[in-house]
Design a protein. Structure first.
Length: 277
């Protein structure tokens, strides 16, 4: 059965902090950055993960990117890594890791994804982390767990699941989740969220203001931030997609990706108080 994504389905599972909560109890999110000239996407994702409530957020970057990222972050921490094995060791304490945004379409990204899959952290894989497996998707699916999340737009989806969209977006997403044995978030005007067990929800509140560079990176960070707080991956994806669109609508004309994390508290506060637009 296809459900319409609605806060009533997941609001009670949102991970609000209590009086005794400390930052480590709110979860630890890692975000993997690309090289020095490709760091913006990771910074967008990391800030979104922090804003949605992850208690500790750390960017992992190649050594050449440290000098670019360090002056541009404050509450977010930074750790350089030189190899995929080193990255896997560094993320051992992370609850969730976002990988793929501006990561690069090369074997370095393939190796990083495969190494991260052994870390025990839930993965949110987006952008280059998906496209780099074009023609070799079985290699990606072999290392995924059921709590991992793939967040393709239609172009990226076609690279991983060629021809599947001919079945229609909902059926394609369900079949993709079954093949990958992971959560699939098929982005679009009506984003489809599908789980390997057949659950599927369609988000019908998509905002046209999201049609601008970097908003997908923000969404991946939001999903990762909720998963890091121990929210179920399917519900986390559904909640993040809805909040993402709601924040965009609240801002309206002139929205750029950087604005989403700044207006997100309005959406979160409405949910915390039990309301919605």
């Amino acid at each position: 059965m296809i459900e319409t994504n609605d806060p009533a389905l997941w609001r009670n599972f949102l991970p609000w902090p209590g009086a005794e909560t400390h930052k480590h109890a709110r979860g630890r999110l890692g975000v993997v950055s690309g090289r020095a000239h490709q760091t913006g996407a990771a910074r967008l994702a990391a800030r979104a993960g922090l804003r949605i409530g992850a208690g500790v957020v750390r960017i992992y970057c190649p050594p050449d990117a440290v000098a670019v990222i360090a002056p541009a972050i404050e509450a977010i921490m930074l750790t350089p890594f030189a190899t995929a094995d080193a990255l896997a060791r560094e993320v051992e304490e992370m609850d969730a890791v976002v990988v793929g945004p501006a990561a690069g379409l090369d074997e370095t990204t393939v190796n990083n994804v495969q190494a991260l899959a052994l870390s025990g952290a839930a993965l949110v894989i987006d952008a280059d982390g998906l496209s780099v497996f074009k023609g070799r998707s079985a290699e990606l699916f072999a290392v995924l767990d059921r709590d991992d999340v793939l967040t393709p737009h239609e172009g990226e989806f076609e690279r991983l699941f060629p021809g599947l969209l001919r079945k229609g977006r909902e059926s394609a997403a369900v079949e993709a989740a079954r093949r990958a044995q992971a959560i699939v978030v098929l982005k679009g005007a009506e984003t489809v969220i599908a789980a390997p067990d057949g659950r599927v929800r369609v988000n019908r509140t998509g905002s046209p203001w999201l049609a601008t560079a970097g908003t997908g990176d923000v969404l991946s960070g939001m999903i990762g931030g909720l998963i890091a707080q121990r929210m179920d991956s399917f519900d986390a994806a559904c909640a993040a997609v809805w909040i993402h669109a709601d924040a965009a609508d609240r801002f309206g004309p002139g929205l750029i990706a950087e604005d989403l994390s700044e207006v997100m508290p309005q959406s979160l506060k409405a949910l915390w108080l039990g309301g919605e637009p």
